[in-house]
Design a protein around this ligand. Structure first.
Ligand SMILES: [Zn+2]
Length: 261
């Protein structure tokens, strides 16, 4: 029976493993892009139902301006075919995130800390990178696999072929709702940092402002850990990696005629 369990697990891993076209890393994803978009849409609705939208015209204009430029680069370079939407939420929380499908949320608490468009581009670029790299789905898939294993053990591994569907649905139902707020692993953070910097650079923002912003967040965390850092742990190693990547970025051509550099 153990052998059957192990082989079925391998089938799942085989079916769910895809090579990420941007990082070239094998990812285990048990969720289809369509399911992912549905998850993003339903999470967006849930958040909008509870949250208070900001009416601050300065913040709304800033988020629209920066997010649409990052989104344009993301679409041009990576073609995720998202229906982009940008929301500014009234909240003291220092936070921002991007749901699958390009639903970007920025809290006013974070905007208070942001000194210029380039800093905001650093945050939005990083969050959009998580979405394009499908990190949320990868994390949910890992949780699903754990849940499936747990169910199998609980049932004494007595599962026949036609029972896999309901088992999958059960694991999906339990884990799908947790797609947004769990912290990403360090590996995911490094990947999002790199792609995020690339996006902001190509959108003609100054990537050095990303360093400035993350330093600021680290300083803020000495008083009170901002929400963004509770899901995106930051440290000197990460900032050093950002600096190294900025040096490489400078060699990549970009067309920024409309913007003074
Ligand atoms: Zn992150």
């Amino acid at each position: 029976m153990k052998r059957i369990f192990v082989s079925l697990l391998f089938v799942f891993l085989f079916l769910g493993c895809t090579k990420n076209p941007y990082t070239h890393r094998e990812q285990l994803i048990l969720i289809s892009p369509q399911q992912e978009l549905r998850m993003g849409l339903s999470a967006e609705q849930q958040i909008l139902h509870k949250a208070r939208l900001s009416h601050n015209p300065y913040y709304i204009a800033m988020v629209n301006r920066v997010a649409s430029r990052i989104a344009r680069v993301a679409e041009a370079e990576f073609h995720p075919h998202y229906q982009w939407e940008f929301h500014v939420l009234e909240s003291k929380k220092i936070n921002a995130f991007c749901l699958p499908g390009g639903k970007i949320f920025v809290y006013t608490g974070l905007l208070k800390l942001v000194d210029n468009d380039d800093e905001l581009a650093a945050v939005i670029g990083h969050e959009v990178a998580h979405a394009i790299l499908r990190h949320g789905s990868e994390r949910v898939s890992m949780a699903m696999l754990g849940r499936i294993g747990h169910e199998l053990l609980a049932r004494g591994l007595q599962v026949s072929g036609h029972q896999w569907g309901p088992l999958y649905d059960l694991a999906y139902g339990v884990t799908a709702q947790y797609g947004v707020l769990y912290p990403f692993s360090r590996k995911f953070e490094y990947e999002a940092d790199q792609l995020g910097l690339y996006l902001m650079y190509k959108a003609c923002y100054d990537p050095n402002q990303a360093i400035r912003f993350w330093y600021k967040m680290m300083k803020a965390s000495r008083v009170h850990i901002p929400e963004l850092l509770s899901t995106h742990p930051s440290d000197m190693h990460r900032i050093e990696a950002l600096k190294r990547y900025i040096v490489k970025l400078r060699r990549i051509p970009r067309n920024c005629q409309a913007r003074i550099q």
